[in-house]
Ligand binder design. Sequence first.
Ligand code: DAH
Length: 339
Amino acid sequence: MLEKIKEIRAAMEKELRDAVSSEQLRELKVKYLGKKGSISEISKSMGKLQPEERPKAGQMVNELRQALEQNLARRQQELADKMLQAQLAKEKVDITLPGRPVKLGSKHPLTQVMDDFKEIFLGMGYAIAEGPQVELDYYNFERMNLPADHPARDMQDSFYIDAKRLLRTHTSPVQARAMDRLCPNPVKVISPGTVYRRDDDATHSPMFHQVEGLVVDEGISLADLKGTLLNFVRQMFGEEREIRLRPSFFPFTEPSVEVDISCMLCGGSGCRTCKDTGWIEILGAGMVHPNVLKMSGYDPERFTGFAFGMGVERIAMLKYGIDDMRVLFENDVRFLQQF
Ligand code: DAH
């Protein structure tokens, strides 16, 4: 009997040492302490011993049970510690490593130029007016003093939706909408927006952007237009820029002008960009035609106004030295990242 207990104890200690998982420990517990486990078996066989042998044997069995329980608990703890250490080693983070760089996006050059426009004109006290891109033929042409049979309509090849509606070919119809809304009060607005024409080459896109400007009040003169545009040009292209007004024709202005700026590349001495003239055309403008004022309800004897319109892509190309308009719409990040 005593031999048997020693044997069990030796086997048990070896098995405990060899156990490498808590699963194995659970199995050992059942094997030794369970109802049919070795220790229970041995307890049952105590009855066969001589009475004087029993206390000694009983004590040894108890010691065996206690030793097993203690060892199990210790081994359990050891295994848990080992697993924790393994996990900590595996999940270790080196907080001294440099972080992964987060790439910052940038605004599209057209958006930047649009933002510049708004900032410059808001600074001069203008409000922003908007109109629909699907516009009535009536606003796009008629209200801009181009009656249905006017030959000037041929100048703009348009995308028609139906007989009465089209994708607006310029932002000028917003002039009429703004005047309708504000008459008889003065008007001082810009309207940036998308416009559409049947054009597609290196310097024209079927979709592009314009900024329209309109001021209507008593006593507005061509000098106000010139001063406003000079201020705008110098803020957009630099303090040393000059402007020049050339007579031109637009149905909605009288007189009409085209406005050039002194070339920012050569400073006026002549280069490829300005075609050796020293000047670059950037916009159309003029004094609002009396008919246009009248159609909105303003008395042209009392009210006068100036208007201007320009292409945002063209301004962006000049400002950033871009020579093909299509790169503005291709969204090649190698191009866009430069801004
Ligand atoms: N709407 C003209 C165009 O698309 C640009 C323009 C010229 C607008 C003269 C104006 C203006 O307001 O006065 O070509």
